[in-house]
Design a protein around this ligand. Structure first.
Ligand code: CMC
Length: 393
């Protein structure tokens, strides 16, 4: 069968060619379709970036208007899906709910199951998903409190509409500080794509079997949930809270992270590809300062995070292994300032990553990539004869 190259964790294996996101881990460069992340985070809207990732270029005003109006046509979810929410226990983690809900969309839109449907129908699947994810995400939160669901308000833009469905109550007028909308817009842009990371590779590999888009994205959401990937943002805030409640002695926790007999890792530190700095973390760190100042919030967790970063960056263990704060290190502090509870942090990541997943799925399916099927190096028994149960042991 020829030679197999073993590369556990795909540390050095290119699984695809892609024209979506450029990442240089040595230089700390991240670009979507050639545009530097710094410029997009500063100037663009999330929905513009979604268009850019999925269709390849920044939209003209007409294209953007058309894109937004096509999305808003689909923001409602089928009323029957409300019953699914109600069946979950109140303490259900919203990532579990979201993944299941997204997969369930395929049962409501069976046309999505046909891999040979027209390009127009494929695009409709994409628009539906972009439109419905904020509704499903916000409802998973409302459901966790057993609060009434808020229906989407299509006159609001994508980000404000999500915040409305998360935080509005039918009994009150909804007001939101534009600082909150802008901060969330920036965070979503920073999360929108990151080439062949764990969840994106999952989306591509599931999609390569011609499974439908909803099923592929649901698998991506599940992959994102893990604490070594997107779940790190929730784990970071929980770690900072623990350090704070433990008296704020960051040296003690750095020591723990270095101890190879202790499974504890500094959450929000390290990255498979970035070996100097994570450009998203640089932007988010500054945004955390800005947002807390503008909202007049004094969060002791921000001080702990900064102290931890300083101690770790000066420590030989972290320096020699090129471990720097990643995108998840400061994002939770901003989410917290925006009033988003920690179990929703990874859902926010999923909301941001959705356009990237869709773009990668579309690129994979339009490029006619073969089914993803890694090989292995077998290490088990060579051959054995069956032994009746009475003769074993
Ligand atoms: N704390 C302490 N030690 C660490 C950490 C950490 N956060 N990250 C890596 N190391 C050590 C690791 O023990 C290993 O040491 P040694 O060479 O002595 O065995 C060395 O650094 C290399 O680590 P690795 O696990 O082989 O590296 P990887 O590329 O397989 O893993 C990672 C990358 C991000 C999973 C890892 O750095 C990690 O677990 N970080 C904490 C979780 C986290 O913040 N994840 C978010 C990643 S960025 C956004 C996203 O993907 O969602």
């Amino acid at each position: 069968t020829g030679y197999i190259t073993l590369d556990t964790g795909y540390k050095n294996t290119g699984a695809t060619m892609s024209a979506i996101t450029f990442l240089d881990g040595e230089e700390g460069i991240l670009r979507y379709r050639g545009y530097p992340i710094e410029q997009l985070a500063e100037k663009a809207s999330f929905i513009e970036v979604a268009y850019l990732l999925i269709y390849g270029d920044l939209p003209t005003q007409d294209q953007l208007d058309e894109f937004i109006s096509s999305i808003t046509k689909h923001t409602l979810v089928h009323e029957d899906m409300k019953q699914f929410f109600e069946a979950y226990p109140a303490q259900a983690h919203p990532m579990g709910v979201l993944s299941a809900m997204v997969c369930s969309l395929s049962t409501f839109y069976p046309e999505s199951l046909d891999p040979n449907r027209s390009a127009e129908k494929k695009n409709r699947t994409i628009l539906r998903l972009l439109a419905k994810l904020p509704t499903l995400a916000a409802w998973s939160y409302k459901n966790s409190m057993r609060h009434p669901f808020m229906y989407p308000k299509n006159e609001y833009d994508y980000v404000k509409n999500f915040l409305y469905m998360m935080f509005a109550m039918p009994t009150e007028d909804y007001k939101v500080d534009p600082v909150v909308v802008d901060a969330l817009n920036k965070l979503l842009i920073l999360h929108a794509d990151h080439e062949q990371n764990c969840s994106t590779s999952t989306v591509r590999i599931v999609g390569s079997s011609q499974a439908n888009l909803y099923a592929s994205i649901s698998a991506g959401i599940s992959a994102l949930w893990g604490p070594l990937h997107g779940g790190a943002n929730q784990a970071v805030i929980e770690m900072l809270e623990k350090i704070h409640n433990d008296g704020g002695d960051v040296d003690k926790w750095v020591l723990k992270a270095k101890d190879k007999d202790d499974p504890f890792r500094l959450m929000g530190f390290g990255h498979r590809v970035y070996k100097n700095f994570d450009p998203r973390a640089t932007i988010i760190k500054k945004a955390a300062d800005d947002v807390l100042e503008k909202l007049k919030i004094d969060d002791p967790l921000l001080d702990i995070a900064k102290k931890l970063e300083k101690v770790a960056l000066e420590d030989d263990y972290f320096k020699s292994r090129n471990l720097y704060p990643n995108v998840d290190f400061y994002s939770g502090i901003i989410y917290k300032a925006l009033g988003i509870p920690s179990e929703m942090f990874t859902v926010m990541f999923a909301l941001g990553r959705l356009p990237g997943w869709i773009a990668q799925w579309k690129e994979m399916s339009e490029g006619g990539e073969p089914i993803g099927r890694p090989r292995q190096v077998y290490t088990g028994e060579i051959t054995r004869d069956y032994v009746p149960i009475t003769k074993r042991g």
